[in-house]
Each structure stands twice: as C-alpha cells, then as structure tokens.
Write a protein that binds this ligand. Structure first.
Ligand SMILES: Cc1cc2nc3c(=O)[nH]c(=O)nc-3n(C[C@H](O)[C@H](O)[C@H](O)COP(=O)(O)OP(=O)(O)OC[C@H]3O[C@@H](n4cnc5c(N)ncnc54)[C@H](O)[C@@H]3O)c2cc1C
Ligand SMILES: *[C@@H]1O[C@H](CO)[C@@H](O)[C@H](O)[C@H]1NC(C)=O
Ligand SMILES: *[C@@H]1O[C@H](CO)[C@@H](O)[C@H](O)[C@H]1NC(C)=O
Ligand SMILES: *[C@@H]1O[C@H](CO)[C@@H](O)[C@H](O)[C@H]1NC(C)=O
Ligand SMILES: *[C@@H]1O[C@H](CO)[C@@H](O)[C@H](O)[C@H]1NC(C)=O
Ligand SMILES: *[C@@H]1O[C@H](CO)[C@@H](O)[C@H](O)[C@H]1NC(C)=O
Length: 532
C-alpha cells in the first residue's frame, strides 16, 4: 500500500458518491422510510425484496399465473413487501404515499390482466403471502380468513372439520381470497348461495391513512363496496369474516360430450332456455372447444355439458330425464364424491390427495400458459345460426387451445337484488359466457393472432348478448373494454367500462371512493375513480 491516504480518500469519495446516488432513487428513500416506520426493522427487512435480493424473482414469479405477464418487458416492482403484521401494512402505505410510489396488492395473483403485480409507473407490491391465517368456527358456521389465503387453504380447513360444510367461492384452489371476494366470486355453489361476496359478514380493512376498520367502524357504504366492487380501489382488505354453508355428504359430477355431428348445436340451443331453470342444487355449464374428429381427423367442435349436483346419482338421473332428456345422461356419465373432492376434480386434479389444496404454486393442468379472457351475459337464447357462427370460429387455427364456457345463471342469483352488493348480474340473465382464448407459446406474431381472434369473436357476439351496457364480470378483468390509462380518467369516461362491470352500482362505488380515498392513492387501470 503505497498511498494509503489516497486510497482511503478514494474509498470514502466512492462510497459517498454511491450512497448519495442510491439515496436519490425513490425506492431507497422508501426503504429508509420503512425502516424508520417499523418497530421491528431487522425482522421486517427480511420481508422486503428488491431486485438486488437473490430471491426477488422467485417471489415475484411465484404466483404469476398468466405467463403473458412473465416476459422480460413486463414492468417489475421496485420493491416487494410481504407483511406479517398490521404495522407493516401501515408503514408501506405511509412510505409509498410519502415517496410517490404506487402500491399494488397481491393475494393470489390471478388477475387476468396482471394488475396486482404489473404497473406502468414506479410501484411497490404488497404481497399477502405471509398474511393468511384461516380460522374456522364450525359451531357458529363462520370463518375469519386473512386475505393472503388461497381458496384451497380455506376449503381444506373447512373440510378438515366437516365434509358437509363449505364456502361458496370459485373452483380453482390457487385463487386468492383477497382479489376473488373483492370482485364477487362465483363457483359450484353460486346458484344456491350466491357469490362469495354475498357470503361476507364482516371484514378487517386498512385505509389510505393506515386506519384499521371493521364493518361497524367503516359503515355500510364501504362494507357494501368491498364485497364486489373489485380489488385495488378502496384500500386493502386484511381479513374477511365469512359465512360457512351446508353441502350434502355426497355430490354428483357429470360430463356429457357431443360433437357437431352428434347435434351439439341443437343441444346447446336447447340448454340455453332450460338450464337457467334447473334446481339451485345444480351448476350447469357447457364448455365448447375444437377437436380433431376421430373419424376423419377434420376439425369439429365438441360441447361438454356438465354440472356438479348437490345430491346423489339416483336423485339426479330422473331430474335430468325430466328436464333435458335430449342429452341422454346415463349413470356411467356420473361420479359420486364429497364436495371437497368435486373442487379438486373440477380443476383437473381428480383423485389427488386433498393436500394439493394447500399448494399455492401448482398450475392447473386444464389451463394454457398464455391466455386472454373476456366475458358476456346472455339474456335471450342465441339463434342456431348465431351459435353456428361461434362454433365455426372455434375451428379457426388461432382457436386451437381455446375454450368457451357457458355458466347458467338463475337460482338464488335471480332472487338477490341488483344493488345488494356491487355485483349487478342477477335476474334476467340466462347465462354468462367465459371466453378463454389460450395459446401455448409466446411470440409477438403468435400472441397478436390469438388476441385478434379473441377480439374478433367478441365483436361477432355483440348482437347476441347484453346491450347498453354490454355487461362484463369484473373478476374476468379485460382492459379492452376501457382503462384509466387510456385517458378514461374522469368519472364520466370511466363509467364506460364501469357500467359494464357494475351497471347502476358504479355511481355509488365512485361516491364511496371519493369518501374513503379522494386523492386516489389506490389506483390502477380499472380502479374506481373519485367523482371529482
Ligand atoms: C385459473 C383461474 C381460474 C379462475 N376461476 C374463477 C372462478 O371459478 N370463479 C371466479 O369468480 N373467478 C375465477 N377466476 C378469476 C378470479 O376470481 C379473479 O382473477 C380474482 O380477482 C383473483 O383473485 P386473486 O387474489 O388471486 O388475484 P390478485 O391478482 O392477487 O388480485 C386481483 C385484484 O384484487 C386486488 N387485491 C388483491 N388482494 C386484495 C386485498 N386484500 N384487498 C384489496 N384488493 C386486493 C389486486 O390488487 C388486483 O387488483 C379465475 C382466475 C384464474 C386465473
Ligand atoms: C409493533 O407495533 C404493533 C402496533 O402498531 C404491534 O402490534 C406489534 O406487536 C409491534 N411489534 C413489535 C415487535 O414490537
Ligand atoms: C435484501 O437485501 C437487503 C440488503 O442487503 C437486506 O437488508 C434484506 O434483508 C434482504 N431481504 C431479504 C428478504 O433477504
Ligand atoms: C418466468 O420467467 C423467468 C425469467 O425468464 C423464467 O426463469 C421462469 O421459468 C418463468 N416462469 C415460468 C413459470 O415459466
Ligand atoms: C389436429 O390436427 C392438426 C392438423 O392435422 C394437428 O396439427 C394437430 O396437432 C392435431 N391436434 C391434436 C390435439 O391432435
Ligand atoms: C406444489 O406442486 C408443485 C408441482 O407439482 C411441486 O413442485 C411443489 O413441490 C409443490 N409444493 C408443495 C409445498 O408441496
């Protein structure tokens, strides 16, 4: 060491330069703020990930379901925070506001447009993975669930205590209760017990000022808004108190598939006008996709009629014989099981151990890696000609990995008023259409082809579905119908997409937003805007 002084000076200057330049980055200020705001800063720092931490990528990617949002040009968060206690949420909200960072809250990460972990401004993700206790009280038929829990964890904890109790939520077990219940949420039991949001009886919520509210202290307007008004608009729901419902010990699942040659169009045409009136104990669906005919290898379309029925085969068969004899349902098409087994089976994990429900990262075998989702509501049966056009589009090359599912409405959905919760799609709907345009590999040309197909099919369907507004389901998020980023920033402009998701409930949602978060801190491409 010939010039120790110089070397030391150099080191100091070098260090000062770097700490200065780092400190000027918003997220360094943010991190500094977090450490000052927390009473447990050394253990809190283990819950904070920046791209400099080696586990940042695995944490970020852990719940990316749609690989369209796992590309190198997808914008990434500056910081991911994984709170374990309420003070961590308070610190993160406070410091994000102070340093002008947007926050996105991620529960199960299933948002179809990736809005829980993708933003086009500097942002922080609050990932709820460590905030997921589930407390089931069988006696009183309620459960308190923290919002980082997935549906599978909730279902498993209920089934552990009783096979004849359940929660009325979605099918795929990796869906987070945070986003799902915030957007309504429907599954096998929705025609009997309503949406997941209909089954919320209390909540714990944190607002933009870090206040912790429950149903009583938040008031009925906000409590109404968070049970279907969509995630990411009002604040963060920390936990839900849910109502647990009864299911029989034995349920029956069936699928009957018919190709075009086996009168699929006639059967779907008939299904449209009768499925809505099936008993509340049924969950009637028809899935449409193309297959290569086993006879001549040419493309045909297959319609798979299915349901989980809350009852036995012996109860189901006469019912179907009476209501839908054309389908020719037979005993061999049916399987009896417990309700919890039907959850596994419906998501492609039949006969697997129940513990799969606790696996947060496993991907359902019946989903493609890339997809674009759209939805529609149908009020009048579509003509055979109309259906024929849809079937014919399904045989396009671009639709080779696409599935379109019709979910019959009716049951209790007809009896819950449109304004009971923000979820407005109630009486008057025969069924909902779920368009799942899927593809297997990602490249620009390929993806554009599939997106074009999805959009083209959506325009083809316009004459056959709900109008003014053309209704859509918020949990099937679709930025094509309008986005705050595209200049829909005023209440009037946002109401173009807002009315599709919420109909006349949109205005009340905007009132609640104005009251709870007027500065619009909780903001994303389709968040509810304040009125002014
Ligand atoms: C494979 C698959 C199957 C599906 N099946 C069904 C189904 O059967 N029935 C159905 O109704 N839907 C279904 N969906 C749609 C699903 O309900 C929605 O995508 C839902 O919003 C996902 O919730 P999440 O917590 O997993 O998503 P996330 O991406 O984590 O969150 C979705 C939105 O809610 C916000 N959010 C998350 N947590 C909170 C919170 N605690 N407080 C406030 N805001 C929050 C996010 O910021 C984001 O805006 C399915 C989706 C997928 C990918
Ligand atoms: C930090 O403060 C919160 C209340 O704000 C409290 O619940 C928590 O237990 C405290 N943690 C520690 C480690 O003291
Ligand atoms: C990430 O790196 C920072 C700086 O080295 C460290 O303080 C923090 O604990 C790391 N986070 C995790 C989750 O290990
Ligand atoms: C997501 O992208 C990363 C980085 O390219 C890659 O390592 C990872 O395997 C991808 N995830 C999946 C599930 O394909
Ligand atoms: C269907 O046929 C096409 C063309 O003949 C072929 O490329 C494709 O792999 C087949 N699909 C399946 C699922 O067999
Ligand atoms: C979840 O499932 C995946 C895929 O089968 C597996 O690799 C992983 O180990 C499982 N995780 C747990 C915690 O069991």
């Amino acid at each position: 060491m010939k010039f120790p002084e110089f070397s030391m000076l150099f080191t100091l200057v070098f260090a000062a330069f770097f700490s200065f330049s780092w400190a000027s980055l918003p997220h360094q200020n943010f991190l500094h703020c977090l450490s000052l705001r927390s009473n447990d800063s050394s253990s809190f720092s283990k819950l904070i990930f920046t791209p400099a931490n080696s586990s940042y990528e695995s944490v970020l990617e852990s719940t990316i379901r749609n690989l369209r949002f796992n590309s190198t040009d997808t914008p990434k968060p500056l910081v991911i925070v994984t709170p374990t206690q309420i003070s961590h949420f308070q610190a993160t909200i406070y410091c994000s506001r102070k340093h002008g960072l947007q926050t996105r809250t991620r529960s199960g990460g299933h948002d179809y447009e990736g809005l829980s972990f993708v933003a086009h401004v500097p942002f922080v993700v609050i990932d709820l993975v460590n905030f997921r206790s589930v407390d089931v009280d069988v006696e009183n038929r309620v459960a308190w669930v923290q919002t980082g829990a997935i549906l599978g964890e909730l279902y498993y904890r209920i089934a552990e205590k009783s096979k004849t109790l359940a929660f009325a939520g979605g099918v795929f077990h990796t869906i987070g209760v945070g986003g799902h219940i915030s957007g309504g949420g429907f599954g096998l039991l929705f025609r009997k017990y309503g949406t997941a949001g209909d089954n919320v009886i209390d909540a714990q919520f944190i607002d933009v000022n870090g206040r912790i509210l429950d149903r009583k202290s938040m008031g009925e307007d906000l409590f109404w808004a968070i049970r279907g008004g969509g995630g990411g608009s009002f604040g963060i729901v920390l936990a839900w108190k849910l109502s647990i419902v009864s299911v029989p010990a034995i349920v029956t699942e069936f699928t009957v598939s018919r190709t075009l040659e086996q009168k699929a169009i006639e059967l779907v045409h008939r299904w449209q006008s009768i499925a809505h009136d099936f008993p509340d104990e049924m969950y009637p669906t028809v899935a449409l996709r193309s297959i290569n005919s086993t006879q001549d290898g040419r493309k045909t379309v297959v319609a798979s009629f299915g349901s989980v029925f809350l009852g036995t085969i012996d109860e189901l068969l006469p019912l179907m014989q009476d209501r839908f004899p054309e389908l020719g349902l037979s005993r061999q098409d049916c399987n009896e099981m417990s309700w919890i087994e039907s959850i596994l089976s419906e998501s492609g994990f039949s006969n697997q151990p129940l513990e799969i429900l606790l696996n947060r990262t496993i991907r359902t075998p019946i989903s493609t890696p890339y997809y674009k989702i759209k939805s529609d509501y149908v009020k009048e049966p579509i003509s055979k000609t109309g259906l024929k056009g849809l079937f014919s589009r399904l045989t396009d090359e671009a639709a080779a990995s696409t599935t379109i599912v019709f979910f019959a409405y009716g049951g209790i959905m007809d009896r819950i008023p449109e304004d009971a919760t923000p979820f407005p799609h109630r009486a008057g709907n025969l069924y909902k259409i779920f368009y799942n345009t899927g593809w297997l590999e990602e490249n620009k040309v390929n993806s554009e082809t599939h997106l074009d197909w999805a959009r083209g099919t959506y325009s083809y369907m316009a004459p056959f579905v709900s109008k003014s507004p053309r209704e859509a389901y918020i949990n099937y998020r679709d930025l094509d119908i309008g986005s705050n980023n595209l200049g829909y920033t005023s209440y009037e402009q946002a109401s173009i997409w807002g009315r599709k998701y919420f109909k006349d409930n949109f205005e009340r949602l905007a009132h609640v937003k104005t009251w709870i978060d007027q500065e619009n801190f909780f903001n994303h491409e389709q968040s509810i805007p304040p009125l002014y």
